[in-house]
Design a protein around this ligand. Structure first.
Ligand code: ADP
Ligand code: MG
Length: 252
């Protein structure tokens, strides 16, 4: 069974058909990319899956469960984490604090228990810290843990953004342009992390990316979209060689 199934997904903003009939399925352990020109609807697909937007039409299933009408925090709790194309961190908090906040959706205790600081809360707090430490080690963020986000180079903030998503311990991670704005060397590190998310963490990865060399290196399959519509689906080589994909990129 597919981990994520998207069926005839659509959202219209007034007259703009931002996403209009997108279907695909991501298998467990797969690294799957959505590519397409600017404005194609890629980030909107992520906003629909993570339920920031409500679809006009279509259905989304995760692990066999219909999640189309769930709320955003329920989607996170089921194990779908995401990053944002424009990094969304708390600039005046530390790396550690941002990663701990990423786990907020996973809290099982309530405010009264917090105040009383019951054993259950302490146990949960330890679990949060253990997971966050694991993420810090995985992404090699040790040197930055106590640093304020605002003072960090862009490439490091980009990694922390991914750490915030990993900290919830997801099964599926949505990465919106993980390599945008990164140097060649930083992009190579990103490629290794994405490969290790699958290999070491057992994650399934759905990403939007412009850097075709990264897509070719790490992705099993690719869906190309333009104007909210599907163009081609297949291996990176098949999709890149598809005449409709080439036409969309050349604007012909
Ligand atoms: P991509 O990520 O592929 O570059 P987007 O998904 O961000 O593209 O945008 C696709 C289209 O949907 C664009 O034309 C964009 O202007 C439009 N769009 C996205 N979100 C909204 C919104 N909240 N209101 C109106 N139009 C939107
Ligand atoms: Mg986008």
């Amino acid at each position: 069974m597919s981990l994520l199934e998207v069926d005839d997904l659509a959202i219209h903003f007034g007259g703009v058909k931002a996403v209009d009939g997108i279907s695909f399925a991501v298998e467990p352990g797969e690294v799957f990319a959505i590519i397409g020109p600017n404005g194609a609807g890629k980030s909107t697909i992520f906003n629909l899956i993570s339920r920031i937007y409500e679809p006009t039409r279509g259905r989304i299933r995760f692990d066999g469960q219909d999640i189309t009408r769930l709320r955003a925090h329920d989607i996170a709790r089921l194990g779908i984490a995401r990053t944002f194309q424009n990094i969304e961190l708390f600039d005046h908090s530390t790396v550690l604090a941002n990663l701990l906040m990423g786990r907020h959706s996973h809290r099982a205790t309530n405010v009264v228990q917090d105040i009383l600081f019951l054993p259950k809360v302490r146990r949960e707090e330890r679990a949060h810290r253990r997971k966050v430490e694991e993420v810090i080690e995985f992404l090699e963020l040790e040197a930055y843990r106590g640093k304020m986000i605002a003072g960090l180079p862009y490439g490091v903030r980009k990694v922390v953004e991914i750490g915030r998503a990993l900290a919830i311990g997801p099964r599926l991670i949505l990465l919106d342009e993980p390599a945008s704005g990164l140097s060649v060397e930083e992009t190579q590190d990103m490629a290794f992390w994405i490969e290790d998310m699958r290999r070491e963490m057992g994650l399934t990865v759905l990403m939007v990316e412009h850097d075709m060399s990264l897509v070719t290196q790490v992705c099993d399959r690719v869906l190309a979209v333009a104007n909210g519509r599907p163009l081609a689906l297949g291996t990176p080589a098949e999709v890149q060689g598809h005449p409709d994909v080439q036409a969309a990129y050349l604007g012909t």
